[in-house]
Design a protein around this ligand. Sequence first.
Ligand code: SAM
Length: 232
Amino acid sequence: MRFTFMTLFPSIVEGYFSETIMARAIASRKIIIDYVDPRDYTTDRHKKVDAPMIGGGAGMLMSPQPLFDALAHIKASSPDAHIIMATPVGKKFEQNDAQRLAHKKHIVLISGRYEGIDERVVESEVNELFSIGDYILTGGELASMVMCDAIGRNIEGVLGNSDSLSMESFENTLLEPPSFTKPLNYKNMDVISEYLKGNHDKITTLKTQLALCKTKYFRPDLYQKVKTKGKL
Ligand code: SAM
């Protein structure tokens, strides 16, 4: 699967994908990452890619021309590319989006800068708008990286052990139960003794109960969803 980061600052993104799981996924061609810088497409002789907002308002906006031309260039060789814009006004990006989007062939992630991008680009070119939370970042690169990482780990073969996916938080709407590793006692604190007894049915039942308790405590909204689905 291919991800194209459309950003004025590719170097912000490059570092993240040069290490660990994502770097291995790139080396094994499970994921291809490339970059398109709208500044390379501007027709402005001073290489400007932003302009003041029409109708007033503080700050600058990314101009339409470089973005339209950069997207046209991508679409010329990849007409079905799925265009996503990182923006605080989008729907909140969630695990089910990451799972669904892992089946796309090519995703373009547009990162806004300044006060965002000209609305005409959004209206005519963007397939989906996503926010990563109710706060304002200085630019869309972090949000695009978050989405790429979350989608990428759902692509077959990216994680060494695909069981890791099914045991994680948000699978079946629940948070994951408490987890421990060695040593069995640390600073006078024990791991849950039932985990050590080797009865896998009992461990699974206990883990489900603990996951429910944790979800009820930390995320009452998710707990309510599980109840509504009749899973309790
Ligand atoms: N003026 C915009 C507004 O009030 O909605 C905020 C612009 S923000 C300073 C610049 C860029 O950062 C946005 O265009 C978007 O790409 C990105 N961004 C900021 N917060 C974000 C969030 N919560 N989720 C996704 N992208 C975000």
